[in-house]
Unconditional design. Structure first.
Lengths: 86, 592
């Protein structure tokens, strides 16, 4: 099975980045947001996000959706530059 | 509830569905060979395929299920949006291009490319059938939810309508027309939802004419004499939301207080809309059923900021619990959503409709763009429905169409028609994946029936009719479950059965056919068994009370992926190491 090596390596790097972001988001939701059933931080508004009135839950959620598209565009652009069209 | 039907809505709906079916017939007349039937001759352009990905993927679960879950429980539904989209990253970066290179028509083709093993084909085909059937159930339930308010027909009629329409599409035409149906639906869904979100933002939030007190409890009882609403027989005048409308000027789902004591916000921007919601208080309805079968709906005021956090829905409640086991349930579901997408047979076969790996990659990017845009909109659609005063508290799946109805019958008709084609598009893809598994994998390769091209297509068409009938039956059976919850199960099973095999086949040279067969079998059986023995199934499918269900559950939490996916990987590695690896000449040549 011959693999276009660079496209694949770039793919795996971007994949790892996204995995870290997704895992961080899910773990913060599970372990950093509630204490005794009360919202104390993490995705709750008690931890202010960079978009003032919006919680990290909203910013992070939108970020993961829009971020996926940005990574996909990067991948498409760079895989083409490498000339690895199969 | 009893729904008023509108002639305009029915006319728009009929025209829409008729046009889609006509197009399907016309395109179907052009695809006669097996290559055309299963893979549209590999000639679909990458942009069309990308939007068709969206059409395939944005199923009733996304449109009806997620909107409904957000409308009832807030942020929990949005978690599905996030997880469903994140799964595409796995598809794009890990699976898409190798799958395209390895396979021809079906997922089993790709898994078996190096081995030519009948045993492997058999297991892979069974996994495809089981996953597709699991995924079909929620689509059919969604169809039933649609026709109730639109055409005033009972649930089973909607399920049967979709069953017939889809079987016609798939049996006449295969992948070419399925692709175009999905393309049209994907485009319309994103456009129409953008329009609705524009209207939602423009409307902002408005308080009802009078505050809803905690005493405004509504009750529903199904008795041998008929359905009783608040103690009196249900009629068009005496419906669940009739008293609310008369006394408070709103139905179910309304704002109880706005920031700074305002009574109406007027138009809001996309960010201020969410900020205002977080600062508001919303009246939600707590549902409880007593031993005598009387369901009561009690108003509960909740802070908007709290509704923008996970854990309000029973499926996600573990996230707010301090126990690790409860949290594992949540983590397991998020893992299943992440890994499930790239393991869904009906998504993977779409990679065979484009001409090469580069097109596969480009179409995935287009797909992610369209799907991502839609998922961003779901949060607004859900919150819009939650505060629209138009919810049906007995059925979360109807929230999106009922929201559209508050903007007029025309939009309602269009939304319902788009949603109906949504179901058609996804169900066609699923049935096609299942039919391919039966005709191409099972009959031709496993049982080695001598089928020529036309024979395979004929067998696939017969299989699609059978699958369609099976799906109709299941859709009627599972009427009451939230459709996105059901899809969560399909993702668990898909990730457990297929992902270990796919990933290891691509990235570990020592993988053997015995390893793959074992991994698929173990993943499929353990995830199904786990779901069957879980508290969620006992409660929602077999009707045990929540306490009874958790006492009788055989597994500590309900979502299996966090256990069964690693188990699949482990099985594959152990069995592969225990069995000899046969290297083929073609493979040796390719590695040089």
């Amino acid at each position: 099975m011959s693999q276009p090596a660079r496209a694949n390596r770039l793919g795996l790097v971007l994949f790892t980045l996204y995995c870290i972001a997704y895992a961080a988001f899910v773990l913060i939701a599970a372990f950093g947001t509630f204490e005794d059933g009360k919202a104390t931080g993490g995705l709750a508004r008690e931890t202010p996000s960079f978009l003032g009135g919006l919680s990290w839950g909203i910013v992070g959620g939108f970020g993961l959706i829009i971020g996926a598209f940005i990574l996909a565009l990067l991948y498409a652009a760079f895989a083409r530059h490498d000339g690895v069209e199969a | 509830m009893i729904y008023e039907t509108s002639t305009l809505a029915i006319a728009v709906f009929a025209a829409f569905v008729g046009a889609v079916l006509a197009l399907s017939f016309w395109l179907g007349s052009r695809a006669k060979s097996a290559g055309g039937y299963f893979a549209a001759h590999g000639q679909v352009g990458w942009f069309v395929n990308g939007i068709a990905f969206a059409g395939d993927y944005l199923s009733a679960a996304s449109f009806l299920g997620i909107c409904g879950m957000i409308a009832f429980f807030g942020y929990d539904g949005f978690l599905y949006s996030i997880g469903y989209l994140a799964g595409w990253i796995v598809a794009l970066f890990v699976i898409a291009e190798p799958i395209k290179r390895l396979g021809k028509y079906t997922l089993a083709d790709a898994l078996n490319a190096r081995f030519q093993s009948r045993g492997l084909k058999l297991v892979a085909a069974i996994a495809t059938l089981v996953i597709s059937l699991f995924y079909l159930i929620p689509q059919m339930v969604g169809a039933g939810a649609l026709v109730k308010p639109l055409l005033g027909l009972p649930h089973w009629a909607g399920v049967a309508m979709v069953g017939v329409a889809v079987t016609v599409i798939v049996a006449t035409a295969g992948m070419v027309s399925t692709t175009w149906v999905q393309f049209i639906k994907g485009t319309l869904l994103v456009i129409v939802c953008t329009v609705v979100v524009g209207l939602i933002l423009n409307r902002g939030f408005t308080l009802p004419s009078a505050p809803i007190p905690a005493s405004a409890v509504q009750s529903l009882a199904v008795t041998p004499e008929g359905t009783l609403v608040n103690g009196a027989l249900r009629t068009r005048e005496n419906q669940l939301d009739a008293r609310l409308r008369a006394e408070y000027g709103t139905g179910f789902g309304s704002v109880a207080a706005l920031p700074d004591g305002a009574t109406s916000t007027g138009p809001l921007g996309p960010i201020t809309y969410l900020e205002t919601f977080a600062d508001s208080t919303v009246t939600t309805w707590k549902k409880a059923t007593d031993g005598a079968g009387v369901t009561t709906f009690t108003p509960v005021e909740r802070k908007g900021a709290d509704l923008l956090l996970p854990g309000a829905n029973p499926t996600f409640k573990g996230v707010r619990d301090d126990s690790l086991v409860a949290k594992l349930d949540f983590l397991s579901l998020m893992l299943a959503l992440f890994l499930g997408t790239a393991s869904l047979p009906h998504i993977l076969i779409r990679y065979y409709t484009v001409k090469d790996a580069a097109s596969a990659r480009k179409s995935t990017v287009v797909g992610i763009g369209a799907i991502g845009a839609f998922y961003v909109l779901t949060l607004y659609l859900g919150i819009g429905a939650m505060t629209s005063g138009a919810l049906d508290p007995t059925d979360s799946n109807m929230s999106a169409p009922l929201l559209a109805k508050t903007f007029g019958d025309g939009l309602f008709a269009v939304i319902s028609a788009v949603a109906f084609t949504t179901v058609l598009g996804t169900v066609s893809g699923l049935i096609l994946a299942g039919a391919g598994a039966v005709a191409h994998d099972l009959l031709k390769d496993v049982f080695q029936l001598k089928l020529d091209d036309r024979g395979q297509v004929r067998a696939a068409k017969i299989a699609s009719v059978a699958l369609g009938l099976g799906a109709v039956g299941l859709g009627i059976l599972f009427e009451k479950l939230n459709v996105t919850f059901l899809v969560g199960w399909a993702f668990n099973v898909a990730a457990s059965a297929n992902l270990p095999a796919l990933v290891m086949l691509l990235f570990w040279k020592r993988t053997t056919k015995e390893g793959i067969i074992a991994a698929i079998s173990v993943g499929l059986v353990t995830s199904l068994a786990w779901i069957l023995g879980s508290a969620d199934t006992l409660e929602k499918v077999f009707g045990y009370s929540a306490a009874d269900a958790s006492a009788r559950a055989l597994v500590p939490f309900s979502q299996p992926a966090i256990v069964t996916v690693p188990l699949g990987f482990l099985t594959l590695v152990v069995v592969s190491l225990l069995t000899p690896r046969v290297q083929r000449a073609s493979e040796r040549a390719a590695q040089v």
